[in-house]
Design a protein around this ligand. Structure first.
Ligand code: URA
Length: 274
């Protein structure tokens, strides 16, 4: 690609780059641009015309994708069940090829904080900063999460363990699809069982829906405790708002503060009864 483009002044080029980044195109894959549409057109033009009966039909393709997803879920269940500790689980997830997000992510984002803490938080999926650093919740929303935790005496350096439902960054920070979450679910469930917290906190709607199976909106279910079966025992699970939502809707921070106080009270109550 030449250094200057006859039609692009620096301001237009910067606006175009911003547009690409917002659209999720944030990874250079090659030095030279490729005209993928032109390449596909050339292949089609070379191919003999298909009779209608031979052309691939959606009904034939869609079940194939469903079968692939189902076998990825079965693989994930089998692999996760075979991991005896968090280090083995992390290695198995890093080697897992069943989730397409791995192909576009920089790396696996497995966990932050102290494994074995009484509190485990589970978010949705890594963003750009987490993808770069390899650690959950290190971007702007992570900083807000740290302040929320600090308000009740919790910190990822001492007494909290953090992970995500999906450990690879979805391109452009989009919400993971239901299929992506279903494929990754056996891993996060096993991660919770192995980390063995006393209280689970789901952060945001996708984590709440995946782990607690609740269908209502997050504003209705937040702030309450639900039973969560880790596989070894039943623990209380609290659904709360996602800090990136709170950055957009600061007027709802009061709800999050109530949730943090409920978490603090639950921790105090369960440590007395143990
Ligand atoms: N949002 C999440 O849900 N998880 C992260 O790790 C970062 C942002």
């Amino acid at each position: 690609m030449s250094d200057t483009h006859p039609d692009l002044d620096p301001l237009t080029a910067a606006a175009l780059l911003r547009f690409y980044a917002d659209a999720g195109v944030d990874l250079p894959l090659d030095e030279e641009p490729h005209d993928r549409l032109g390449e596909a057109r050339a292949v089609l033009e070379r191919a003999p015309p298909a009779r209608e009966a031979e052309a691939p039909r959606l009904e034939a393709v869609a079940p194939a994708a469903a079968v692939h997803a189902d076998s990825a879920v079965q693989d994930a269940k089998r692999i996760a069940a075979g991991c005896g500790d968090l280090a083995a689980l992390k290695a198995a997830m890093a080697a897992f090829e069943g989730c397409m997000l791995k192909r576009t992510a920089t790396q696996l984002v497995f966990s932050a904080g102290v494994a074995g803490s009484r509190v485990m938080l589970v978010g949705e999926a890594p963003g750009a900063e987490e993808d770069r650093m390899g650690e959950p919740f290190v971007g702007r929303s992570g900083q807000l999460l740290d302040r929320m935790l600090a308000a009740i005496g919790l910190s990822r350096t001492e007494n909290v363990y953090i992970a995500n439902v999906v450990p690879w960054r979805p391109p452009g920070n989009r919400t993971p699809t239901l299929t992506e979450m279903a494929v990754c679910e056996p891993f996060i469930r096993r991660q919770i069982e192995l980390a063995n917290p006393d209280v689970l906190v789901t952060i945001g709607a996708p984590a709440m829906q995946t782990l607690l199976g609740l269908k209502d909106g997050i504003l209705r279910v937040r702030g309450k405790f639900y039973d969560f079966n880790t596989g070894s025992r039943t623990i209380p699970a609290l659904a709360t708002l996602h800090p990136s939502y709170l950055l957009r809707r600061p007027e709802h921070k009061a709800f999050a503060w109530r949730d943090m106080k409920a978490l603090r009270a639950k921790l105090a109550a369960t440590s007395i009864s143990q």
